[in-house]
Design a protein around this ligand. Structure first.
Ligand code: ZN
Length: 122
């Protein structure tokens, strides 16, 4: 009945992985709401946090590979760890999103406006 078992299994694996990820994100959302916070999912395919500079918000002309562990922006010359840059890009995206969402009922968490985030900025 299954003519191409491999393709069928590959599709099934993909569905299982998507279901597991969706369940995990649903649990994270529930935990955040339970703790009086909220859940926000960044559109990383748009933001490209591992490619974008957290400082000038520009994308490099040449795509950075996974082996490029240090992020160096060709536009503003900011240099930092790749993961740190990606985290700062996501933080900045959330900061811009929160600034633009006034009136939505969402408030920045306490730590956001205190020294925690500012201390992470360079
Ligand atoms: Zn830059």
């Amino acid at each position: 009945m299954v003519h191409n078992g491999r393709v069928h299994k590959k599709g099934l694996d993909r569905e299982i992985h998507a279901a597991v990820a969706a369940t995990f994100l649903k649990m994270i959302r529930a935990k955040a709401e339970e703790a009086g916070s909220w859940y926000e999912e960044a559109p990383t395919w748009e933001i490209k946090p591992t490619q974008r500079s957290h400082m000038c918000w520009k994308l490099p002309d040449e795509k950075k590979t996974l082996s490029d562990r240090e992020y160096q922006c060709p536009h503003c010359s900011v240099t930092c760890d790749r993961d740190e840059n990606a985290a700062l890009v996501l933080l900045r995206w959330l900061e811009m999103r929160l600034a633009g969402s006034s009136g939505s009922g969402r408030e920045a968490p306490e730590m956001w406006s205190s020294g925690s985030f500012a201390a992470m900025k360079r």
